[in-house]
Design a protein around this ligand. Sequence first.
Ligand SMILES: [Zn+2]
Ligand SMILES: [Zn+2]
Length: 353
Amino acid sequence: MKAWTLKKIGDISYGEVPQREPEAGEVRIRVKAAGICGSDIPRIFETGAHVMPLIPGHEFSGYVESVGEGVDSEWLKKPVGIFPLLFCGKCRSCIGKKYELCRDYSYIGSRQDGAFAEYVNVPVKNLIELPEGVSYETAAMLEPMAVAVHALRTGVGRAEGRDPKSIKAAVCGLGTIGMLLVMFLLEAGYENLYVIGNKRFQKEEILKLGIPEERYLDGEDAKETSRLAKAEGGMDVVFECVGSNTTAELAINSAGPEGRVVLVGNPRSDMKLGRDTYWKILRNQLTVSGIWNSSFTGSEDDDWHYVTRRLAEGRIEPKELITHRLALSELDKGLGIMREKCEDYCKIMIYNS
Ligand SMILES: [Zn+2]
Ligand SMILES: [Zn+2]
């Protein structure tokens, strides 16, 4: 099969690689669409992957092409989304069905071969069947959508029972996860929403979603962002979706009394807090929560089902976030755009014919 192999940091190439037979409990997926994640860029160009050589790619969809021993042949030809975290099933977190916190996990596309290929093998227990009408490109965004929903449910979960309109929320950072989070917040009725971005293109997208212009703040303009802390006595919940010192401080400083700060963005460097910011956590009795991945338990109330239900009902459509569509053989072009930031982009999607 054809695939992109990362041999060492910065060295990724397209070519023929051997195809593995699915083992017991596994299926072989014919990949139809795969998104490039922000985390793929440092993985490929800066830090390398945990194991190399490796085929990256963890946000993807496709159909079941063949099944390994012990897997129901009913799965054959079914269109599926894939939870990319391969949990052990034995540790304390797994026994509690908190698979995202597994202590002994592997990961498709970072610790074992992923989806920038024609085919990829995955355990059948990691599949979610796609409802009718959900396209492959939409389904390739299930993983980032589930992460956004995980953040949403952590951030406003405590507010259940309160009218969503009464909750003041802010999303700081408008990459894919931030954009998706805004979509899911709006869908859930959280209209009292502020957003902070730093690109003209992000602002255009946000206005299209129906956020009033005065509620879009330019993250690069300190005068603008300081409005957030003053707005209506501070936010009830702030989602930090960047992972920088500046935005983490902004998030904490913008939260009001007994507010919640939800940390979603992967840190880009060591994180330091100024003393005044630290004081805010104490003086405002803030709750600061971390978010990791998403809940995937196979039951109707996990994050992945929350997403697929809304996709099937047409209540969410993330397709407009796809700014570039490329063939598998053109992956390097997409990686270049994200690495050099030479063009505006949100989600870059790779397709297999
Ligand atoms: Zn990702
Ligand atoms: Zn585990």
